[in-house]
Design a protein around this ligand. Sequence first.
Ligand code: SAH
Ligand code: SF4
Ligand code: F3S
Length: 472
Amino acid sequence: MKTKLTQKIFEPLIEKKLDESKQGLAYEDNTNPNSSIKKAYIETYGCQMNFSDTEIIASVLKDLGYSFTTNVLESDLALINTCSIRENAEEKVWHKLKELKGIKKKNPGLLVGVLGCMAERLKSKLLEQEQLVDLVVGPDAYRDLPRLIESAESGMKSINVLLSREETYADISPIRLNTNGVSAFISIMRGCNNMCTFCIVPFTRGRERSRDYHSIVKEAQELYHNGYREVTLLGQNVDSYHYEDCNFAQLLEKVALISPDLRVRFSTSHPKDITDEVLYTIKKYENICKYIHLPAQSGNSAILEKMNRGYTREWYMQKIERIRQILPDCAISTDIIVGFCGETEEQFQDTVSLMQWAKFDYAYMFFYSERPGTPAAKKFKDDIPEEEKKRRLQKIIAIQNQNSYNSNLRDLNQTFKILIEGNSKKSDLDFCGRNDQNKMVIFRKKPGLKPGDYVNVKVHQVTSATLIGEII
Ligand code: SAH
Ligand code: SF4
Ligand code: F3S
């Protein structure tokens, strides 16, 4: 899920990635027989996996008899599902907690919980600081919410931040929140074993484990039968998915076979692990979207080594070439970090030249933010001044802006199959939906069409962010 981009062509393309976005819970449920009892408010920060976790949390709360509200003022329980990926992600949560402190003064019965990655990173420190948090729940402890809430209700601060080697919540049926009824996320694995030196995720999410593929396929089938037409399979490194005899390519195939009308997307691929088998599976099925998010992080081999990414610049370039050879129409996006420990101007220029060479269709770009306890924080000095980090970031944003615009220009006068997602943000007269390559396309509505339908749209105008066209 992406936040809207600026429409002007050469405005800096700073798209907020999900891990810095947040959203309240737009879900009200009056069908629950116990719904008059208690109301929960949940706000989610962070990556798609965190949003997917919120749907698990909502399911656990629903079983407890909770109904949901988007208005924190009328809630009995306010849960913040948090992200630790960069310092500013945590700052936003602190800001929110201060806001809740004010609300709690007026409504002392309100229980406030911090869930997710910040809960895991800061543990009981969250209970000590601010004196406002009543429960702290790590990403593997959501089944324990009933006990933790009960204990918090009796006035005890409660905490469970145990990480698990097995938990995948496979049997919990997520409650789809903020849904457009067309596309949904499915978590296929949890945790990460990679230990990229800059990254907090292995510490907040624990060891990698794959979810039973039977439950993944069943969930996708149910979504399809409920009218959904797109599923995104989520994991920090989907290419290392492995459950019994099923690898990621085989899982993709199983999900693609549910129906040719069900689009299959996935994220995130890792350059060191993505295989030809995966690429050929994508090629084989029309409904597996031709779009790969392949984070490079840097274009310099020495920095990549320091980041412990497990590949070199050349390896990464070969992977891009391989993708383009097997899947000529495949869109490729990336993540880039500038200003990592000790990054020289020459090393930064290698990232610049990689971006110029690869011509990514899209990129999420960040400057390095040191995370306490990570290998980089222990081993290296965060020695690039913030102004310099920002200068480097602006430089690559400008390059990517041009790349995105050029990529969209190539789509002019082309016709794409679009899955209608809903009204365009700007006008109820227009629909929006994505093409195979994950580009957002805006077009005038026609009678009889609804979200979840496929249409062919010819593009007649582009910006660096969007394609504009008409149904043909
Ligand atoms: N599993 C994915 C990424 C998850 S985090 C992968 O391996 O690519 C999403 C992105 O946040 C990362 O790709 C990286 O670009 C960025 N990121 C992670 N830690 C960061 C840090 N300490 N400072 C700045 N950006 C960071
Ligand atoms: Fe973090 Fe690396 Fe794992 Fe991605 S692969 S979550 S960047 S440790
Ligand atoms: Fe953030 Fe945790 Fe996701 S740190 S990016 S919410 S895995």
